[in-house]
Ligand binder design. Structure first.
Ligand code: IMP
Ligand code: MG
Length: 181
């Protein structure tokens, strides 16, 4: 897998430092709330696992899923979203959506619309990575917590995939174009 990587964008130490800072900030902001961290599968699995351990206040966890890429590096116009919580009543929760990357922005925009409709006490979004250059002009929402802004390149690792591969790389790297061209 390492041979398919052009360059490392975030190494393990940088990821750990970003996650620690986010965890600290979230712990402060939510200390008087009822935090429910919601992981957007599958790409956020590593980030969620680390972020929840960087948070030192009580929190609940849940999972929703979204798929916007197949075997391409360009996201679909209509992400396939499954926002079914394991909790029956979410009106008691302050939900923080945990996403791997904010790209066109369509996934989180759609997801937040669906979740607002079921009435959480509050709803905010956290993404490890943000690619501002790729934002769809119809996306008006903004992130509440951002790990790092990155240039417009296709990245894999630390949960992020290309065609379901590379999720288990411990760092975030730019994929060589020859792998997907
Ligand atoms: P959006 O709806 O375009 O914002 O896409 C968000 C989803 O697309 C993310 O949750 C990722 O799963 C995926 N995605 C976007 N950019 C990349 C990338 O550079 N590498 C891998 N997956 C990506
Ligand atoms: Mg994702």
């Amino acid at each position: 897998m390492n041979n398919d990587i052009e360059s490392v964008l975030l190494d393990e130490a940088e990821i750990a430092s970003i996650v620690k800072d986010l965890g600290k900030k979230i712990s402060e902001d939510y200390k008087d709330k009822n935090l429910l961290l919601v992981c957007v599968l599958k790409g956020s699995v590593c980030f969620m696992a680390d972020l929840m351990r960087a948070i030192d206040i009580p929190c609940h966890i849940d999972f929703v899923s979204s798929k916007s890429y197949g075997s391409t590096t360009v996201s679909n116009n209509a992400p396939d979203i499954k926002a079914k919580f394991t909790y029956e009543d979410i009106s008691q929760f302050d939900i923080l959506l945990v996403e791997d990357i904010f790209d066109s922005g369509r996934t989180l925009q759609e997801m937040t619309k669906l979740i607002r409709a079921v009435g959480p006490r509050s709803l905010a979004c956290c993404s490890l990575l943000d690619k501002p250059d790729r934002r769809d002009k119809n996306v008006t929402m903004e992130l509440d917590y951002v790990g790092k802004q990155i240039p417009n390149a296709f990245v894999v690792g630390y949960g992020l995939d290309f065609n379901e591969k590379y999720r288990n790389l411990p760092y975030v790297g730019i994929l060589k174009e020859c792998v997907y061209r």
